[in-house]
Design a protein around this ligand. Structure first.
Ligand code: ATP
Length: 314
């Protein structure tokens, strides 16, 4: 959908906190409408700070952002009515039930129609899987249930864009699957989703596009498939004869041949026909236990781009 106004566009977006720390540094981001956009980066890389600026909760030190072509100013509502958000550690009224919390939020929203409130609350509870716990007080909710309640808040009205900061934080694997399913289903109805996460496989499973942050800077932006394709696949042989296998791979023109234990691999470039390599290995008497081409994962892409491991500290 080139040419269409992006759901989110930032230009030179930067934030320096008091104390001099540059948390976000010159971010140029373009989130196409209709995408499920993963905002990926280790803890402390500036994701939450960026999201707070996108929602006008804090003002940037430099640069700016637009939502659907309208500038975001701190304190100015603008297009924010089209945007639902779940930000880190959603705050709830602890002594009210989940349902009563939603009623409070909805009543505080000038754009919400009170006549449809009950039905919209019911639907939001159902969407996030909280219908059975709707009468429980929020203080008795687990972290995952609080997260779901936060998500239900964002879903009280139909939204064109959902900005979700670590939406599966605190959920067990089943809960994570349900939220991913919900994200996919909302996206299929046309909602643009901007999703921050430090979980690589989460991004890989649900996102069409991804931006990778490292230390406040954008190190890569593109489609998930494109990012993986940017890395070379590896041709991998498992064998009890690694030295011989390495020799054959080199003879066949394999580059960057590496051997570790029973695994020998090399870059799977275009001129290296896997069937010919396999035949050459067998012809040279190498005992081949397994043979294949491994596609790089998003984690490989991240490590290659940032030169650092992916810190998945919760
Ligand atoms: N209010 C603040 N005052 C000063 N520094 C801050 C503030 N909020 C965040 N920071 C710092 O800015 C940097 C970016 O933090 P931010 O929370 O945006 O990262 P993040 O990628 O969202 O990480 P996490 O997933 O842990 O929230 C960090 O080094 C953090 O310590």
């Amino acid at each position: 959908m080139t040419g269409e106004t992006p759901a989110i566009a930032t230009s030179g977006l930067s934030k320096r906190y008091r104390g001099g720390q540059l948390a976000v540094d010159g971010l140029d981001l373009r989130v196409p409408q209709g995408s499920v956009f993963g905002f990926l980066g280790p803890n402390g890389s500036g994701k939450t700070t960026t999201i707070r600026m996108l929602l006008g909760l804090i003002s940037p030190s430099a640069g700016g952002s637009e939502l659907f072509g309208e500038p975001v100013d701190a304190g100015h509502v603008g297009t924010l009515t089209r945007v639902g958000a779940l930000i880190e550690g959603p705050a709830h009224y602890p002594y009210l039930s989940g349902r009563a919390n939603l009623a409070r939020y909805d009543a505080a929203d000038r754009t919400a129609d009170p006549r449809t409130r009950a039905a919209r609350i019911e639907h939001a509870l159902e969407q996030v899987g909280l219908s059975n716990a709707a009468e429980k007080k929020a203080k008795a909710y687990s972290l995952g249930m609080k997260q779901r309640l936060g998500l239900a808040c964002a879903l009280l009205q139909p939204r064109d864009l959902l900005i979700l900061d670590e939406p599966t934080n605190g959920l067990d694997p089943q809960g994570m699957r349900e939220i991913r399913g919900l994200i996919t289903s909302l996206a299929s109805q046309g909602t643009t989703i901007f999703l921050s996460s430090h979980l690589l496989d989460e991004i890989e499973q649900v996102c069409t596009d991804v931006a990778i942050m490292s230390r406040g800077r954008l190190v890569s932006e593109g489609t998930v498939a494109g990012l993986r394709e940017g890395l070379k696949a590896r041709l991998v042989v498992t064998t009890p004869d690694p030295a011989e296998a390495a020799t054959v791979l080199k003879e066949q023109g394999g580059q960057d041949v590496r051997a570790e234990g029973r695994r020998v691999d090399c870059d799977a470039h275009e001129d290296l026909a896997p069937d010919a390599v396999c035949a050459a290995l067998v012809g040279a008497g190498v005992r081949v236990l397994s043979f294949g081409v491994e596609r790089p994962s998003l984690e490989d892409a991240f490590v290659a781009l940032t030169g650092e491991g992916f810190d998945v500290a919760e």
